[in-house]
Write a protein that binds this ligand. Structure first.
Ligand code: AHR
Length: 490
């Protein structure tokens, strides 16, 4: 099969906000305890953070990490995680039926994020928490000093304010499972007042209001409209969440699921723009896709995990090679919407539906999905370009006829990068490039993620079963993820 790819330098989609390569650490399962934090581990540093995990996180180049939840945040009292560790309370954590020891809190996480060369994207509790408590947390984190809360931070070892810029106003507040679940009207008012107080404390921050937990929610659409009607002027972004899976073991269909993400983004954009028009507003509402990934492998195992344990092995999906192809298609979709989606968080980062896995007390390794994320994060920065691919379509089941090759071109000051997934399960694709406006282009790298076995996984015993290899510069092998980099002179 032939795939002809057209891109022209004069037709950009937009600048890629580095925060598109964000991720997420929740107090859930072994993400924190036994994941990023394990005092006593052979690689632990003086604060108890695993250096081996930090090294993998740094390789991924994650510029921002959402914290501390997720569902967890809706029952969280942030002050529990501050002050002398021995005095911090153990709590029954109701979102995940676990015990929270509070040995890691905002002070420790800020310090970890610095070591990971990342920023914290902080979520406030708008489930059981109040707008005033949200303002208190901003004061603790960002106020320079001379108030009770900011001086408490200084006494806790952080003389300088954290300067946390991006804040989530709660989490999935439309979901009946959420602790402190609210109607759109209740949440819209709470988000408006929380944002007002938080921005009075620190006017430089940006805030994200909760959109729908996924596009299949009964309230989807009406939720967005009602929430925005109450807080449009006070918020900067609206969130989207979506997880995908191959429950029916139909790979052809599964590889088409990025069409769902694409449709979800388009719908939320349309709703935001309708609200903008109705309000005669000049302000464009940007989007934060702050939870996205594959999540289904661990669903059954999680039902068997006994409650009230510290750091139980929850949501430990072991990702297959085909999951990496899906993550690749989802990344390309996010890039295609980079004019509107400014923040996105691969959920999550370590152990919990994550690209990085650890054995408590043992090794850590990269799952299959680590690779497309790493390559996009490392090379698809700068400006995304309108990209057309002429190629055959195939039948992706409920998603309909899908292009066999999904691709995007991105440019920075020196290079043009192509990210491409060949979804065909049978045929290789010969890539024919028509890239206009850069003069002579020379290939620097063609890296390809390919496995004969769609269900191949990386494990502690075989951590490198699936990893990128060098490609021939023109063939997108059947079911493969590809990174092609070209140097230009013009
Ligand atoms: O990422 C796992 C969970 O998925 C989060 O806690 C929640 O926000 C979502 O439902």
């Amino acid at each position: 099969m032939r795939a002809k790819l057209f891109a022209n330098r004069a037709f950009p989609i937009g600048e890629i906000d580095p925060r598109l390569y964000g991720s997420f650490i929740e107090h859930l399962g072994r993400a924190v305890y036994g994941g990023i934090y394990e005092p006593g581990h052979p690689t632990a540093d003086e604060e108890g953070f695993r250096r081996d995990v930090l090294d993998l996180v740094k390789r991924l180049g994650v510029p921002i990490v959402r914290y501390p939840g997720g569902n967890f945040v809706s029952g969280y009292r942030w002050e529990d995680g501050t002050g002398e560790k021995a005095k911090r309370p153990r709590r029954a954590e109701l979102a995940w039926n676990s015990i929270e020891t509070n040995q890691v809190g905002i002070d420790e996480f800020q310090s970890w994020a610095k070591k990971a060369e990342s920023q914290v994207m902080m979520a406030v509790n708008l489930g059981t928490g109040t707008p005033r408590e949200a303002g208190d947390l901003v004061e603790y984190c960002n106020f320079p000093g001379g108030t009770e809360l900011s001086d408490r931070r200084r006494n806790n070892g952080h003389e300088q304010p954290f300067g946390i810029h991006t804040w989530c106003l709660g989490n999935e507040m439309d979901g009946p499972w959420q602790i402190g679940h609210k109607t759109a009207e209740e949440y819209g008012r709470a988000a408006c007042e929380a944002s007002k107080i938080m921005k009075l404390v620190d006017p430089s921050i940006e805030v994200i209001a909760c959109g729908s937990s996924h596009s299949g929610m009964d309230t989807f659409g009406r939720w967005e409209m009602e929430v925005l009607d109450r807080c449009y002027d006070q918020v900067d972004y609206l969130s989207l969440h979506s997880y995908y899976g191959n429950r029916s073991n139909d790979t052809a269909e599964y590889l088409g699921c990025s069409r769902d993400m694409d449709g979800f983004i388009r719908s939320v954009e349309a709703i935001c723009d309708a609200m903008k028009a109705v309000r005669r507003s000049d302000k464009t509402m940007y989007l934060s896709f702050d939870e996205w990934n594959v999540w289904f492998h661990s669903n059954d195992a999680d039902l068997k995990i006994a409650p009230w344990q510290v750091a139980p092995p929850l949501l430990e999906d072991v990702y297959t090679f085909e999951d990496a192809l899906v993550v690749g298609c989802l990344l390309i979709t996010l890039l295609k919407h980079c004019d509107r989606v400014k923040i996105a968080c691969l959920a999550q980062l370590v152990n919990v539906i994550a690209p990085i896995m650890t054995e408590t007390g043992g090794s850590c390794w990269a799952q299959t999905i680590f690779w497309p994320f790493l390559q996009a994060s490392a090379h698809a920065r700068g400006r995304a370009l309108q990209t057309r691919v002429d190629c055959p379509t195939y039948n992706a089941g409920k998603y309909g006829a899908m292009p066999t090759v999904e691709a995007i071109a991105v440019e920075n000051e020196k290079e043009v990068t192509i990210l491409a997934v060949n979804r065909s399960l049978e045929e290789d694709a010969e890539l024919d490039l028509d890239l206009q406006g850069w003069g002579k282009l020379s290939l620097i790298e063609h890296s390809q993620l390919y496995s004969e076995d769609l269900k191949a996984v990386n494990t502690a015993e075989s951590p490198e079963r699936v990893k990128p290899e060098t490609g021939d510069g023109k063939t997108l092998r059947r079911h493969s993820w590809n990174l092609l980099r070209y140097k230009y002179e013009a």
